[in-house]
Each structure stands twice: as structure tokens, then as C-alpha cells.
Design a protein around this ligand. Structure first.
Ligand code: ZN
Length: 590
């Protein structure tokens, strides 16, 4: 059996739900398939010399090819908080590698696999045991963590035989440049540092990939490293339900919750599961109606109306590709462990309201970064090319498929309502489930089953917590007798046969969500999982009743119309917004 076929180390906890292989879930045509294809194509065509240039330069090797530009370059003009050119040379290399490895696993594209193998080999040539690359490097843990993810994925998903060996050499090269333990930003600031950017490193996100490297390789040195970098005190607080999020950097601390989950899975200590569950709940308690969080990339002190205050201040409301990637990752872990469908609700809210509306990465590295929820907001590109968000975007789009369905012993969990096809073996019977839907624009989705002979198993369908009482599920045109409970998976157990069809019709009531408890009259209009943003002329006064009487403007349009005393207010989903000004929250007068 080849080394990449199975994990080499056992873990303490095997979650009841597992992810499918990337190849088992195919997205069908639709906006999410197009996002995935765009990212796959763009990164497949990136210049390899340019990608390797900062690594070669810092090792004093010949470094042909163009500069990538933006954060990626190796240059000396970075000036903290002013000029971000050359902020973190080569930082996203591993994420592009990871995105390509996963895209290969989804598509089987040989040129993609070959590119991954070439990049791993060429990267290996830039490694030395002393880690010359990391001398005077601002965020060694950050870049190593992303590189490590790329190498693990190259091994697991693109069958790159050298990748694990390269991973160990990459690990040796960074170790002389890492602190003795995970350091918070406060602790980094208390230590001598050349400039403020040297206090931005994210050592506390390292355990997740160290634990994954341990599971891939069976090498217990990775397990020891993972344990060394667990931010124990921080997780102790979260496990005891102390909210220690305020002031912390948002994305990296949501990302750190995935390290808590790997700590739980590998070590078996339930404290880490509690930390991850409580931590995510605290994040959700200070999320916008879109599911996004962290204005100015930080968590706010709860209970002081600070989320509302952010609407009049920042335009940097939610770090979207990175935040959505981290959110998908932690909700996937928690859904698999707890089977609580509300983690799926949370995932789809982030999907439709944030990343679905991100503008595509351009070939020169121009990227979408912040979603803007300011009272006068617009979609803009980020000022610097190839930022962090250009690294997580291709990883996230490759993960859409595996986030949609999960495998259980007794059947399959349907989590996201995306046009897609999943194929698996149930009690040795090959089964294919094809999902066709225009959701969330339409309120229905349909699952068609193909299997060579009847087989008994359970299909668990997520019923969103917001679903109304008129939600209907039917099998082969007949209404199922199962009780429909919003906020739970509905279990359809039967002997399935070829051609069976399940239809789900969700009642999607309009509802209002206040920005925070201190500002109950600042509300966003929600339709199912979708937040509706006001565009165009915004009437001075609008009431709750008027917003809740919104109606679609026409069958073909994404727009909603609200009649007010001062004229018609138009609202549309984030994904349908182009360059026009928009507003997420409306002030209501009762
Ligand atoms: Zn980012």
C-alpha cells in the first residue's frame, strides 16, 4: 500500500462522521463550481520560478523569473503599517501548493499533479538545516505553517512521494527560529523585536498541521512539537467558558480552534473540544448577520455595542477568504464530532453571504480581502497583491465539495445544498446521490439516487434552524412522515433503490436580526441563510413591518423590494452586488 493511502498513526478519537475523498464529491455547474474552476486554472498557470523566487533569493541561489509583487516579494522596503510590499516573502507558497493538490484530488488533472510534484522538488532545493531562509524573517511560524499544510496535502492528495521527507527538512529548518512555546501577540510585544510586524507571528496555529503531519508520517516528533505549541492557558480559559477573545487577532484565533480540535482528536482530552465549541460560540455571538466576524481583524468586547459602532467606523469588517476558510474548517470538525446541524447552518451563512460575493483573484495577484459592512459600503480590491486571502481562497474553493456531505457508518449526511454529485460505497454497494438545486434563490433542492440494487441506509438531511413550519420533505413525490425539526438533521431511513428521489422544500421566512443586543433597532433583513443588503436610494424611514413585507422583484431577479412611505427600497444578496454602494443594516423605528 503506498504511503499516502492511509494515516500512519492512530488517534484517540474517531469522529462519527468522516469527510469524503475530494474525488468523491463533484460540484456541478453553478457559481461555486465556477469559483473553484477559476482558482484552479489561475494557480495552475502561475509562473513556477516566480513562486520559488523568494526562497531561492534568501538562500543565495540563482533566482530567475519575475517578482510576484505585493506581500510575496523578497525586498527591503517593507515599512510596518505603511508599506506592505515584501511583508512576508513566500508566505502563501504552501497554500497555493495545497490548493493545487486538493484541486488535483477533485479533478484528477495530470498537469496539476505534475506542477505540485515539480514545486515540491524545487522547494526542497532551497532548504538547509539551519533555516537560512528564516534569518531576519518576520513571521517564521506563519509561513512554515502554510508551507507545511501544502506539503502534507501534496503527499496526501497529489501522491507526491517526496513531500513527507521535504516536510521534515522544512520543519528542521524552521525550528531554530521558533520560540520555545506558542506566544500570544502580547507576549511577542513584551519580547525584544525589530519592528511591530515581528510581533504578528501565529505560533498558536501550529499544532493542527503538526498533528496532521504526525498522522501522515507516524513520526512522533511532530506530535511532540504539536503539544509544545498548544496555547494551553488560552484553551483552558475557553474550556471554562471565559471569553478571552476580545482584542485578539480574529482569523488566526478562529484558526487556532482547529488546533484545539486536533488536540482533542489526537490526545483525547475533552477540554480541547469544549474550548473549540465555546470559542466558536463566542465568535458567533459577535458575528454580523452575514456570519462574518472580527472588524479590523479583531474580536470586540461583548455587551458594549461595539459591533454596531464598527458600522460607522471601519470598512475592514470581515477578512473574507481567510475567515471563511477558517470558519469552514472549524465547523467541519465540530459537525463531524457532534453531528449538530447548526454548525452546517453557520457554514452556509458564511458561504452565501461572504465568500460567494468575493470578487475573483486576478492573474496579477489582485485579491478580494475585506467584506465591508460599513453604513456606506462598497466592494473593493485589496491594496496589495498576493495577500493572505489569495492563499486561503483556492484552498476553500477546493473544499466546497467535501464540506457538503459527510459519511457515517449507517449512511450519509447532506450538509450543504449545492448542485453536486457524491459517490460512495454503502455496505459494499456503490451509491451515487445527485443534488440539483438553485438554492438559496429557490427554496427547493432535489436528491436523485443511483445504485445497482436496493440497499438500506439512512440519509440525514440538514433542516436549518430558521426553517418555517411549512417545510416539506418528500420521497418519490410522497410526503415523508418524519417529523421536521428545524436545527436538526432529519433521518430518512429506508431501503433505497435506483431512481429514488428526495425533494426538500424549505419555508424560508423573512426575519430581522439586530447587529447586537445594545442596538435592537439596527437590523439586517434575512431570507433563509441569505442577508439582504440595501442598494440605491435608501429611504429615511423604514419599519420592521415594511422590511418583513419584502417581496422578490421578479422571478429572474435577485432583488427584493420594500415599500416605505418615502418610496421603494431595493435589497440584494452580497453575491449579486457589483460596484454599487450598499448597506447591510437598516435603522428601524419600531
Ligand atoms: Zn486573509
Amino acid at each position: 500500500m503506498p504511503a499516502w493511502a492511509a494515516p500512519a498513526a492512530t488517534v484517540a478519537v474517531v469522529p462519527p462522521l468522516s469527510v469524503f475523498g475530494y474525488a468523491q464529491v463533484q460540484l456541478l455547474d453553478g457559481p461555486f463550481r465556477r469559483q473553484f474552476d477559476h482558482n484552479h486554472d489561475l494557480f495552475l498557470n502561475l509562473d513556477e520560478d516566480a513562486l520559488l523566487k523568494p526562497f531561492r533569493q534568501r538562500m543565495g541561489l540563482p533566482a530567475p523569473g519575475p517578482d510576484m509583487g505585493g506581500w510575496y516579494d523578497n525586498a527591503d522596503d517593507f515599512t510596518p503599517m505603511d508599506n506592505f510590499h515584501a511583508f512576508i516573502p513566500g508566505h502563501t507558497f504552501g497554500q497555493y501548493l495545497s490548493g493545487l493538490a486538493r484541486a488535483y484530488a477533485v479533478t484528477g488533472s495530470k498537469p496539476t499533479q505534475e506542477k505540485v510534484h515539480r514545486l515540491v522538488r524545487a522547494y526542497a532545493e532551497t532548504l538547509d538545516p539551519t533555516g537560512k531562509f528564516y534569518v531576519d524573517y518576520r513571521l517564521p511560524a506563519y509561513t512554515y505553517d502554510k508551507t507545511s499544510c501544502g506539503l502534507i496535502d501534496a503527499h496526501e492528495f497529489a501522491q507526491c512521494p517526496d513531500a513527507l521527507d521535504v516536510e521534515w527538512r522544512a520543519t528542521q529548518s524552521v525550528l531554530p527560529h521558533l520560540p520555545e512555546k506558542a506566544l500570544s501577540r502580547l507576549e511577542q510585544r513584551e519580547r525584544p523585536h525589530k519592528d511591530v510586524a515581528y510581533t504578528f507571528d501565529e505560533t498558536y496555529t501550529l499544532p493542527e498541521n503538526f498533528f496532521l503531519a504526525y498522522q501522515r508520517s507516524g513520526d512522533s516528533r511532530y506530535r511532540d512539537l504539536a503539544i509544545r505549541f498548544i496555547e494551553k492557558e488560552y484553551f483552558d480559559h475557553l474550556a471554562e467558558d471565559h471569553n478571552v477573545l476580545p482584542g485578539e487577532h480574529a482569523y488566526s484565533h478562529v484558526n487556532a480552534l482547529s488546533s484545539a480540535m486536533q488536540s482533542y482528536l489526537v490526545l483525547g482530552d475533552e477540554k480541547y473540544l469544549r474550548a473549540a465549541q465555546n470559542g466558536l460560540r463566542m465568535v458567533q455571538e459577535q458575528s454580523y448577520a452575514t456570519g462574518g466576524w472580527g472588524p479590523d481583524e479583531a474580536f470586540v468586547v461583548p455587551g458594549q455595542g461595539l459591533l454596531d459602532a464598527s458600522l460607522g467606523g471601519t470598512h475592514a469588517s470581515f477578512e473574507t477568504p481567510c475567515g471563511a476558510y477558517g470558519h469552514f474548517k472549524i465547523t467541519r470538525y465540530l459537525l463531524r464530532v457532534t453531528r449538530d446541524s447548526r454548525y452546517g447552518d453557520s457554514m452556509e451563512r458564511v458561504l452565501y453571504n461572504t465568500i460567494a460575493g468575493a470578487t475573483p483573484i486576478l492573474a496579477d495577484g489582485t485579491s478580494f480581502y475585506y467584506s465591508d459592512y460599513n453604513n456606506s459600503a462598497r466592494k473593493v480590491h485589496y491594496k496589495d497583491k498576493w495577500p493572505c486571502c489569495s492563499g486561503t481562497f483556492p484552498q476553500l474553493t477546493a473544499d466546497y465539495g467535501i464540506s457538503s456531505y459527510y459519511k457515517a457508518q449507517d449512511g450519509i449526511y447532506v450538509n450543504l445544498f449545492l448542485p453536486s454529485r457524491v459517490s460512495w460505497s454503502q455496505n459494499n454497494t456503490p451509491v451515487t446521490l445527485t443534488q440539483n438545486t438553485q438554492y438559496p434563490k429557490a427554496n427547493t433542492t432535489q436528491f436523485d439516487f443511483a445504485l445497482p440494487h436496493p440497499e438500506t441506509f439512512t440519509v440525514f438531511v440538514r433542516i436549518p434552524e430558521w426553517a418555517g413550519g411549512k417545510t416539506i420533505l418528500s420521497v418519490n413525490g410522497r410526503r415523508a412522515e418524519n417529523e421536521i425539526t428545524p436545527g436538526k438533521f432529519l433521518a430518512l431511513q429506508r431501503t433505497w433503490k435506483d431512481g429514488d428521489r428526495v425533494e426538500l422544500e424549505l419555508e424560508m421566512p423573512l426575519r430581522l436580526e439586530a447587529v447586537d443586543d445594545q442596538n435592537p433597532n439596527r437590523v439586517a433583513l434575512m431570507h433563509g441563510p441569505v442577508a439582504l443588503f440595501a442598494v440605491g436610494e435608501i429611504p429615511a424611514q423604514v419599519t420592521r413591518a415594511q422590511l418583513l413585507a419584502a417581496a422578490v422583484s421578479s422571478q429572474s431577479s435577485d432583488d427584493w423590494m420594500v415599500r416605505t412611505d418615502a418610496g421603494v427600497l431595493t435589497l440584494r444578496p452580497f453575491a449579486a452586488i457589483m460596484s454599487e454602494e450598499y448597506r447591510l443594516y437598516q435603522r428601524v423605528e419600531g
